[in-house]
Design a protein around this ligand. Structure first.
Ligand code: SAM
Length: 276
């Protein structure tokens, strides 16, 4: 047997075990990043093979938590791709202003920076008071950081630049309190955000969303899982609701494509059609 076939078999066994035991279906994650991350865990835990992970995940929930953390790439920042935020602000928010209540869902919010960026913009556009933001991830460790909303103060300089590039209207420093090398996001932003655990592989749709933001998450899924998640988003959106994806992500290949129109190709903003 070729070593790569052996490895594929071992990964298959591991993912089946995880699905059986925890209901988390990593079988539809993209193969390259799966392999990399699993081999990293083998090395970090001083194991001799991928197969040795099987009894560990089956019997030790703490080991499974470690695996989950390995699988979750949490790289994020405030006002990531500022032009996208600017576009939202200039063209999508005008539409959102026509509703008396607005629901926004950030799926795969990681440590929360993207969510606070959104809340800041909504506040400046007079929309925050009528908005509820649902921010979800399946990584509890990241969610804890997101809920606290405390970030390294040294990052604030570059975030200020991105805030301004995104069309920020006030002083970015108004939105956090700097103390002992940390920056704590303002409570007035947090009040409008509900952080919750939600697993895109297996959990239910949300109801009546006006805007769904899911950036840099689908890239880790194979086309089958991407399709399933996009169908979940379609179900969660109101007619004429917006979907924002990451710059390498699209709905083009997906079955939901006909239910959406492209609102802004460059910024990956799609809009749900009225009757499909
Ligand atoms: C690279 S971060 C993206 C953060 C943010 N959206 C951004 O673009 O800056 C990807 C996030 O997706 C989350 N994620 C991956 N698979 C997920 C799943 N099945 N359900 C929920 N979140 C998931 C990871 O835990 C991670 O926090």
């Amino acid at each position: 047997m070729k070593p790569e076939d052996m490895q594929e078999f071992e990964i298959h066994q591991l993912l089946e075990a995880i699905y059986f035991r925890y209901g988390y279906d990593f079988r539809d994650y993209s193969k390259a990043s799966l392999e990399r991350r699993i081999l990293h865990r083998v090395q970090q835990s001083d194991l001799n093979s991928i197969s040795e992970m099987v009894p560990r995940v089956m019997h030790e929930t703490a080991f499974f938590e470690l695996f989950l953390r390995d699988m979750s790439v949490t790289v994020t920042e405030m006002f990531r791709d500022p032009k996208v935020f600017k576009k939202l602000r200039q063209e999508v928010f005008i539409q959102l202003k026509t509703y008396s209540r607005v629901n926004i869902w950030h799926a795969g919010c990681a440590t929360g920076e993207e969510v606070y960026s959104m809340a800041i913009m909504l506040k400046e556009e007079g929309l925050l008071e009528r908005t509820r933001i649902y921010a979800t991830d399946y990584n509890n460790h990241s969610l804890d950081i997101a809920k606290k909303g405390i970030y390294p103060a040294e990052k604030m300089q570059s975030y200020t630049e991105s805030y301004l590039a995104a069309g920020g209207k006030a002083s970015f420093a108004d939105y956090y309190q700097a103390k002992f090398g940390s920056a704590k996001m303002a409570e007035s932003l947090k009040e409008h955000i509900t952080f919750a655990n939600h697993n895109l592989m297996k959990d239910q749709a949300f109801a009546e969303m006006h805007l769904i933001v899911c950036r840099n998450v689908l890239i880790y899924f194979n086309p089958k899982l991407q399709d399933k998640v996009l169908a979940l988003f379609k179900e969660s959106l109101i007619a004429r609701g917006f979907l924002l994806l990451g710059d390498k992500e699209t709905i083009d290949f997906s079955e939901v494509k006909t239910s959406f129109e492209t609102f802004s190709k460059k910024e990956r903003i799609f809009r749900r059609k009225m009757y499909v």
